[in-house]
Design a protein around this ligand. Structure first.
Ligand code: QAP
Ligand code: CO
Length: 184
């Protein structure tokens, strides 16, 4: 009986997740280059769970650790309609397979309220580790290819607004700065 109670308490403690604060453009911490994960351990899995909870409640379809001020190469995504197909990318590496590109409307939880078209490579190969540290490889297409490149950019301190004209980027920056002043 005591064992069951202890096991339940441990399980409850283990499953305790947290909503993390999402940094917003033009916060300079979004420019940090994330470090590779050396070992996929419980602390990384806790980060993954917190990032997923943060992404689902936003709601969003992708979140990089950089956006929650953790500078490790960790990404979570869920592109399913029902929001029940979480993807975890640890130490993701992207290889561009050909010169084909495709324009897509992009947004970002770190640039709330703004959506712009960005042109990116259409055909890529992704190599990454899963939440247990097992390597996998996929050749994603369409939204998944876009999302993976967008999230990998975050780990390198890059945002989708960097692909826009300086004029558009400055306009977005000024509007968000104004919002942030009102919030403080
Ligand atoms: C990245 O973005 C992405 O402006 C994930 O007010 C976006 O989850 C990859 C969001 C588009 C591929 C295509 C944005 C939520 C969510 C907002 C997101 C907002 C509320 C963005
Ligand atoms: Co983003």
């Amino acid at each position: 009986m005591l064992a069951v109670v202890c096991a339940t308490l441990l399980e409850t403690r283990h499953k305790q997740m947290a909503i993390l604060n999402i940094l917003e453009f033009p916060d300079s911490r979004l420019r940090t280059i994330a470090k590779p994960v050396l070992q996929v351990d419980d602390s990384i899995r806790k980060l993954v769970d917190d990032m997923l909870e943060t992404m689902y409640q936003a709601p969003g379809i992708g979140l990089a650790a950089t956006q929650v001020d953790v500078h490790l190469r960790v990404v979570v995504m869920d592109l399913s309609e029902e929001g029940n197909d979480p993807m975890v990318l640890i130490n993701p590496e992207v290889e561009v397979l050909d010169g084909d590109t495709c324009p897509n409307q992009e947004g970002c939880l770190s640039v709330p309220g703004f959506y712009e078209t960005v042109e990116r490579p259409a055909h890529i190969r992704l190599k990454a580790l899963d939440k247990y540290g097992a390597p996998f490889e996929i050749e994603p297409e369409n939204l998944m290819a876009v999302c993976i490149q967008h999230e990998l950019d975050h780990l390198n301190g890059k945002l989708f607004v960097d692909y826009l004209s300086a004029f558009k980027r400055e306009r977005i920056k000024k509007k968000l700065e104004k919002l942030h002043r009102r919030q403080n």
